[in-house]
Design a protein around this ligand. Structure first.
Ligand code: SIN
Length: 303
């Protein structure tokens, strides 16, 4: 068996496969299916300062080769997360990554401060959220606001800080460089692509929010391209995500430059997807006689 362990920002992962934020809740439904200790890590649902009930339904719809969602960050708030969910997660022998999804810089800073006083292993800052104090544009769509929120959250915590990037930008590498300069220890990408689906019979968008984030295998080549570009633009580890649904996809993403991968939409069609991906990666590495998964990171040979 190949060695699947990876080290990201000084944190040891037994393998590079992490269910992405928003698709795995806090793991409670999945631990009935398989031991969570099989996973490299778990990125938890984005937490805001107070409880959010999320957007009105319908807020998830299927599309060709994927899905579109506008859940609206439904979550129980940071205090509930720290008091009720985190203690259970910390017993699971896997890396716990707490995802922060505030709508102001101050909110993200306050959440980061609270998490800094816990045992959580890493923090992932979602900068795709709308900045309500700046007209609703997502923090991650300008270098200035991405840099500003990263540097303020950086001051609030000593935990390894991953910044999760939005693909809905002109140049994701510029945003990645901006957050790296502001103190991010790692970047994860890509979050969902803004999309829209219309029911032609009712002439209504299928989502109550009209638009939503597109994910699933349809976006995989876009994600691979952005991960490859970003990995070549920054000196911090890149965590790749976007449409990964097999071990071969995970290998491809790592060849593009990802040091680990997150699995999102695939979990909705197959809750065992992360475990199958780990097994398939192992089989592929063994079939090529590759001893460590680290050997494939960034190994794509460009024409
Ligand atoms: C949501 O809960 O609406 C998803 C958040 C995200 O994609 O960043």
């Amino acid at each position: 068996m190949a060695d699947l362990s990876v080290n990201i920002c000084g944190v040891e992962f037994k393998n590079p496969v992490i269910p992405a934020s928003g698709v795995f809740g806090y793991g409670r439904e999945y631990e009935e299916l398989f031991p969570l200790s099989k996973l490299g890590g778990i990125a938890t649902k984005g937490t805001t300062i107070t409880k959010r009930t999320g957007n009105l339904s319908p807020r998830i719809a299927e599309i060709s080769s994927g899905m579109i969602n506008s859940v609206g960050l439904q979550n129980p708030g940071i205090d509930y997360f720290i008091d009720t969910e985190l203690p259970n997660l910390m017993t699971k022998d896997t890396v716990i990554i707490a995802n922060i999804a505030g709508s102001t810089v101050d909110e993200c800073v306050e959440i980061a401060r609270k998490l800094d006083n816990t045992d959580v292993h890493m923090i992932e800052l979602n900068i795709s959220c709308p900045n309500v104090k700046q007209g609703g544009a997502a923090f991650g769509t300008s270098c200035t606001s991405a840099e500003n929120i990263t540097s303020e959250v950086r001051k609030a915590t000593k935990k390894p800080l991953i910044v999760k990037l939005s693909p809905n930008v002109t140049s994701i590498t510029d945003i990645a460089k901006a957050v790296e300069s502001a103190g991010a220890d790692s970047v994860s990408l890509i979050n969902t692509l803004l999309g829209m689906k219309i029911d032609i019979n009712t002439r209504r968008p299928v989502l109550k929010n009209n638009v939503g984030g597109m994910s699933g295998s349809a976006i995989f080549p876009l994600a691979v391209r952005m991960v490859w570009q970003t990995a070549n633009a920054v000196n911090i580890p890149v965590i790749g995500m976007g449409g990964i649904s097999s071990g071969k996809d995970a290998i491809e993403m790592m060849m593009a430059g990802a040091s680990a991968v997150q699995v999102g939409a695939a979990i909705f069609t197959d809750p065992y997807a992360p475990v199958k991906i780990i097994d398939e990666m192992n089989e592929w590495l063994d079939s090529k006689n590759i001893k460590s998964v680290n050997e494939i990171v960034g190994s794509v040979e460009i024409w």
